[in-house]
Ligand binder design. Structure first.
Ligand code: BG6
Length: 477
């Protein structure tokens, strides 16, 4: 047992995204999104149109089974559920004047269900699901017109759901656009043809849009809390060589610029230098500057792994090991997908973010993607996922440490409380859930839900507000 102290009212739950759970890709008047043409996942090239091998087209059928799934979350004691609204359900092409009522009504029903169980919604407006038409016709966020389309979409959501949804996130992992321009920014220009200038202009448009809708939300209802959402990634120097430390500083700057702008309202000096030295002259209007000044209420982030950096180009080239680049850490074990497991990194990042911005924080993704084995125990089908329990336990112990350090943290949602389609690989076999979904990578399966061992474990963590967590030495290599 640990002395873990989580504040009263701490929000416990799980997080999902529309494109990874809903399915029903062409029902209810929904238009296509960029997910409908990336059957191998967002790290891979797009195809022309929807194909039968794309597991996201059916997802885990949350579109029809949301009531059953939310009841299971309630059984675990969730007090918050993070989900995203599919932009292309509300504005099928993205650039229409009026929204699709059938799409709006679907999320009304989801919210009814959450309300019934006393679960607070946490809504992401854009989670890697830009309407495909905006990618193809406008080249996504490279085009300034996207700001207006997104504002109309966000305003529609705030007006429709603003009295039932208090917590909003503008863009999922906004800093990922650096690595996945199509998946994250709907930018149709192939990555190797995209200029730095266009990439940073797209980033600028997203930052302006995020700030503008933060203002709009507050105008509609001053009680709404709007947060940015970034990939957090503690970066360690591979050695004490100052060149490695400078490499860490530069990599941090590239990632943290997004939340620096969201929390401060302007581009920091290191970003100005980067633009200058790379010949990037952004088109920034007076209105943009005014918009950017509307800073977020809180900072939310995903946490899966840490990385190392090196100032030695040779080491860097040889050391590619983690999905987001960097150099593998020789002291850490990794998941089956090569993501290095580092619970203490979560405490480090919580402290770093709190010290840097002094804004409340929200961990909106954390978890272990693993291959699960469905087995029969006492006549019930289940998964004995002690590895997942260990992973989450060790991370939450570090969260408790960070709270002890004085970090203000509003809540914690594990990624994929129910198995869903992976974003990076589009597999179902990369499972994160407390709830097993019978669907396989080849699309077969009954979609039946089964509780894993971690289901009861997480329910106990929530019931005791973290007191049941166990302080123990984390996995070593
Ligand atoms: C985050 C995304 O990058 O990580 C999620 O916001 C994603 O959409 C999650 O699913 C886990 O990644 P993956 O590739 O294992 O699904």
């Amino acid at each position: 047992m640990t002395t873990a102290r989580f504040p009263d009212g701490f929000l416990w739950g799980g997080a999902t995204a529309a494109n990874q759970i809903e399915g029903a890709y062409d029902e209810g008047g929904k238009g296509l999104s960029i997910q409908d043409v990336t059957p191998r996942g967002i790290m891979h090239d797009r195809v022309a149109g929807p194909t039968a091998d794309n597991l996201k087209l059916e997802g885990i059928d949350f579109y029809h089974r949301y009531a059953e799934d939310i009841a299971l979350f309630a059984e675990m004691g969730f007090t918050v559920f993070r989900f995203s609204i599919a932009w292309s359900r509300i504005f099928p092409n993205g650039d229409e004047e009026t929204p699709n009522e059938e799409g709006l009504a679907f999320y009304d029903r989801v919210l009814d269900e959450l309300e019934k169980h006393g679960i607070e919604p946490l809504v992401t407006l854009s989670h890697y699901e830009t309407p495909l038409h905006l990618a193809e016709r406008y080249d996504g966020w490279v085009n300034r017109d996207l700001i207006g389309f997104y504002e109309r979409y966000a305003r529609t959501c705030f007006e429709r759901y603003g009295d039932r949804v208090k917590y909003w996130l503008t863009f999922n992992e906004i800093n990922s656009v650096l690595h996945i321009p199509f998946g994250s920014g709907g930018i149709n220009t192939p990555r190797d043809e995209l200029s730095k200038k266009d990439l940073y202009q797209a980033i600028h448009h997203e930052l302006v849009a995020s700030a503008r809708v933060t203002r709009v939300a507050h105008e509609i209802n001053p009680d709404l809390k709007v947060g940015c959402m970034v990939i957090s990634m503690p970066i360690y120097p591979l050695t004490p060589n100052p060149d490695d430390v400078i490499a860490v500083m530069n990599a941090d700057h590239a990632n943290l610029m997004f939340s620096d702008v969201h929390t401060r309202g302007y581009y920091p000096g290191y970003a100005q230098r980067f633009f200058r030295e790379n010949g990037i002259v952004l088109d920034i209007t007076d209105q943009d500057r005014e918009d950017l000044a509307h800073t977020v209420d809180f900072v939310s982030f995903s946490y899966y792994m840490s990385i190392c950096e090196s100032g030695d180009p040779q080491v860097k080239a040889d050391g590619a090991g983690n999905i987001m680049g960097g150099v593998p850490n020789p002291t850490l074990a990794a998941s089956e997908w090569g993501w290095q497991i580092d619970p203490k990194g979560l405490r480090i990042v919580l402290n770093q973010f709190w010290d840097r911005w002094q804004k409340p924080l929200f961990i909106v993704e954390n978890g272990l993607g693993a291959k699960d084995q469905l087995v029969e125990v006492d006549g019930e089908m289940t998964v004995e996922d002690d590895y997942r329990i260990a992973y989450l336990n060790d991370h939450l112990v570090q969260v408790a440490e960070a709270i002890e350090d004085g970090v203000e943290l509003w809540g914690y949602t594990t990624w994929g409380p129910i198995d869903l389609v992976s974003a990076s690989t589009a597999q179902l076999s990369k499972r994160y859930g407390f709830i097993y979904v019978d669907r396989n990578d080849d699309g077969t399966g009954s979609l039946t839900r089964y509780k894993k061992r971690s289901f009861d474990w997480y329910a106990e963590v929530i019931r005791t507000n973290g007191a049941s967590l166990e302080a123990r030495e984390a996995l070593k290599v």
